[in-house]
Design a protein around this ligand. Structure first.
Ligand SMILES: *[C@@H]1O[C@H](CO)[C@@H](O)[C@H](O)[C@H]1NC(C)=O
Ligand SMILES: *[C@@H]1O[C@H](CO)[C@@H](O)[C@H](O)[C@H]1NC(C)=O
Ligand SMILES: *[C@@H]1O[C@H](CO)[C@@H](O)[C@H](O)[C@H]1NC(C)=O
Length: 181
């Protein structure tokens, strides 16, 4: 029953997000239009001149407030570590922004990224531990979308993936050396 409820709220959220996206797109296209003034008119516009001026697009602040747990785990290269950062009351946004929020809150949560064109950003270091081709290591991102189910790999990268309320996202230092044999 509760999973049906959750599904419903997920669908609702999806609809809301879609609506926001469309609203943002609409607003952007309005911004692109030239002002409505027709040549010889006097300076006293109808007030629409304000909306055609430069405007801060605040759509990215529109997501629901939510809580999120971020776990950083390394059990394959010494010194081992694992820590968890809870961020509360953040707006729902792509994971990359939640990384920023966690980093602002928790000094251990240092990270660096590299941009790979259309793939967006990939994590190169967390807590100063470098993912390295030489060692065949990488930062594997897994999550528990409902907070208590099995960890599974993210379907999207950090630039696109949007965690949900109460989700647990783990950055798990991993090696591809063993898994390929
Ligand atoms: C609209 O633009 C006018 C002229 O630039 C300005 O005086 C006025 O304060 C603006 N109104 C708003 C709500 O920004
Ligand atoms: C590769 O692994 C070794 C041993 O765990 C470590 O000392 C070294 O710093 C790693 N290399 C890189 C580039 O991270
Ligand atoms: C994290 O990585 C370690 C080492 O590869 C692995 O044993 C463990 O199962 C992983 N944990 C999760 C939740 O994926």
């Amino acid at each position: 029953m509760s999973s049906t409820k959750l599904l419903c709220s997920c669908l609702f959220l999806l609809v809301v997000l879609t609506a926001y996206t469309q609203a943002c797109g609409k607003r952007n296209s309005n911004d692109d239009k030239p002002s409505t003034g027709s040549g010889s008119g006097s300076g006293s516009g109808s007030g629409s001149s304000n909306s055609s001026g430069p405007m801060i697009n605040a759509c990215c602040q529109c997501g629901q407030a939510m809580d999120l747990s971020l776990v950083v785990n390394n059990q394959i290269q010494e010194p081992f570590f694992e820590f968890r950062t809870e961020i509360k009351g953040v707006r729902q946004r792509e994971l990359i922004y939640q990384l920023e929020a966690a980093s602002n809150k928790d000094k251990r949560f240092r990270f660096s990224l590299k941009h790979f064109g259309s793939m967006g950003y990939l994590i190169t270091t967390m807590n100063d531990l470098v993912a390295s081709d030489a060692n065949k290591t990488y930062w594997h991102i897994v999550s528990q979308p409902q907070g208590n189910n099995l960890f599974q790999s993210l379907p999207l990268g950090i630039s696109s993936y949007m965690p949900a309320h109460n989700e647990v996202v783990m950055f798990n230092f991993s090696s591809w050396a063993t898994s390929s044999h």
